[in-house]
Design a protein around this ligand. Structure first.
Ligand SMILES: NC(=O)c1ccc[n+]([C@@H]2O[C@H](COP(=O)([O-])OP(=O)(O)OC[C@H]3O[C@@H](n4cnc5c(N)ncnc54)[C@H](O)[C@@H]3O)[C@@H](O)[C@H]2O)c1
Length: 273
């Protein structure tokens, strides 16, 4: 399968690209910044929020033999103002979806986030049926991007899988991450499963490893063929407890994003600059 990975120079992209190559896929990379050292496929330095730039990339890839799927990782992984968040997550997704429709590319796998439901209080099991409940403008933009994917699945002959990623890290660094960790290897397993699952239509899953302390339902991922193998628990002895912080972070899905530190005006463009 030929996959265009956006945000290919980022922390997840630099793990996903070689991982998908190892699994037999052909990988082309796109990012606002030049290709990282060691990248072996075709590279496009472009802004995903610019529809003309995205169209040029698709036209070139389709001319060069076709494209089967997009793995959309490009985007700012932190809080910002609402306009910045919408551009980074919704407009980029829109430009890619329009190009997919024009060029007949049938599947997109999206890096959504737990922050789409971050204000959901802690419960025994976080099910996907939880209503969209963002904790930040970042989370609002992820909810909107998921809604856009759903709309395009209903309107056009494409499949879209949104992965609500927890904490993508080499290893967990906080007590919260002992339940929300997504290991590098499991991330590759997850993306591969989402790219190749037969006829998912519009689907959502929790992007975490098989953590002993995990409380987000793993069944939606398993239904798509994502079977996580790693468990954050093996790092538990190396994670320093911080009782006040840990208790606050354990209260909601979104952990620290639910604290006062993230409460700010929606249109304050200086935020996150
Ligand atoms: N890292 C995590 O734990 C985590 C958790 C949940 C969701 N996510 C989501 O996963 C995605 C990737 O996160 P990451 O941690 O790799 O972030 P990152 O900042 O390390 O990488 C993002 C990459 O996207 C590129 N980029 C940003 N905007 C772009 C644009 N408009 N056009 C082209 N390239 C652009 C950046 O240059 C960067 O290389 C993001 O959408 C983020 O919201 C990450």
């Amino acid at each position: 399968m030929h996959v265009l990975v956006t945000g290919a120079a980022g922390s997840i992209g630099t793990v996903a690209c070689p991982g998908l190559l190892d699994r037999g896929h052909t990988v082309s990379g796109l990012d606002r910044v030049p290709e990282p050292e060691g990248f072996t496929g075709r590279w496009f330095t472009a802004d995903c929020a610019d529809p003309d730039a995205v169209e040029a990339v698709f036209a070139e890839l389709v001319r060069g033999g076709g494209l089967d799927a997009v793995l959309h990782l490009a985007g700012r992984p932190t809080e910002s103002s609402l306009p910045e968040a919408l551009e980074s997550h919704v407009l980029t997704t829109a430009a890619l979806l329009d190009a997919m429709v024009r060029h007949g590319v049938p599947r997109i796998v999206y890096a959504s986030s737990n922050h789409a439901v971050g204000r959901t209080p802690r419960r025994d099991l976080l099910e996907l049926a939880a209503r969209p409940r963002p904790d930040t403008f970042y989370g609002v933009a992820k909810v909107a991007a998921e809604a856009l994917l759903s709309l395009y699945v209903d309107r056009y002959a494409i499949d879209a899988v949104a992965t609500r990623i927890g904490s993508f890290l080499p290893q967990p660094e906080s007590v919260r991450a002992l339940s929300t960790w997504l290991s590098h290897d499991d991330a590759v397993r997850m993306f591969d499963a989402c790219l190749t699952a037969p006829d998912p239509g519009f689907a959502v899953l929790h992007g975490i490893s098989a953590n002993t302390r995990g409380w987000w339902d793993l069944e939606p991922g398993r239904a798509l063929g994502y079977v996580p193998e790693d468990d954050a628990e093996r790092f538990a002895g190396r994670v320093a407890a911080d009782p006040a912080r840990d208790e606050t972070e354990a209260a909601h899905v979104g952990g620290p994003h639910v604290t006062e530190a993230f409460v700010r005006p929606a249109l304050d463009r200086a935020v996150g600059a």
